[in-house]
Design a binder for this molecule. Structure first.
Ligand code: S3P
Length: 209
């Protein structure tokens, strides 16, 4: 798993790629040449927003590594997120989450998907503000509820009606999420379309800078 993050390809123009003139390559090249290359792009938002899937696609488009914070926490703890909640409780999970994210933010620029609660932590949010560009994947609760119903891996959603829990979480977390640098509508469209929208927003931000 460690390997996968560092296995990303070289710069597209270094590969002797015969397609290097095509639009995608030029676009990727533009992105990697800009100052954005110095920043990790962090994806935040509620459970079901698509952070992991969109993040993988975004990382591929930007030709950089991808990491999923929950997955890294699971590796570090040798347990699933559910098991960490069961065995040690949520506050131990949050401590581990804070430490793992701090470590990942010190690695070379990547696309990093966070668990839904991570950006609510003031320390994590401040660190991301200093070291990364944050992107909030926004989606309505109905869409999120449909998506999270596909997997039973989220301990917080087992405590009651998932739609009601998501509504409550959105209400309490919105003020923190709203502090993200970029807000993207991730309700409709494919994950690839969302990744493309993020790329466009990052590029626009860079042009303005
Ligand atoms: C959580 C979201 C989960 C995971 C944990 C807690 C949250 O990640 O970190 O179950 O507090 O919203 P995803 O947002 O990737 O599902």
């Amino acid at each position: 798993m460690q390997l996968a993050r560092h296995q990303h390809g070289k710069h597209p123009l270094d590969k002797g790629n015969p397609d290097c003139g095509d639009f995608q390559t030029l676009y990727t090249d533009l992105m990697t040449r800009t100052a954005l290359r110095d920043h990790t792009v962090v994806l935040i938002g509620l459970m079901g927003a698509g952070k992991t899937t969109v993040g993988r696609r975004l990382a591929a488009s930007m030709n950089r590594p991808f990491a999923d914070a929950d997955h890294e926490i699971e590796c570090a703890a040798g347990r699933s997120v559910s098991e960490i909640f069961e065995d040690f409780g949520e506050s131990a999970f949050r401590d581990g989450e804070r430490r793992v994210i701090a470590r990942l933010l010190d690695e070379p620029p990547m696309v990093l998907a966070l668990g839904g609660g991570a950006f609510v932590d003031p320390e994590t949010r401040a660190l991301i503000g200093q070291k990364a560009i944050s992107v909030w994947l926004q989606a309505d609760v109905e869409t999120l509820a449909t998506r999270v119903a596909r997997r039973d891996t989220r301990p917080l959603l087992r405590e009651g009606n998932p739609t009601e829990i998501l509504e409550r979480l959105l209400e309490t977390r919105q003020p923190a999420y709203a502090q993200a640098d970029i807000h993207i509508d991730a309700s409709a469209g494919t994950h690839q379309a969302t990744a493309d929208a993020i790329l466009t927003a990052l590029n626009a931000r860079e042009t303005q800078a």
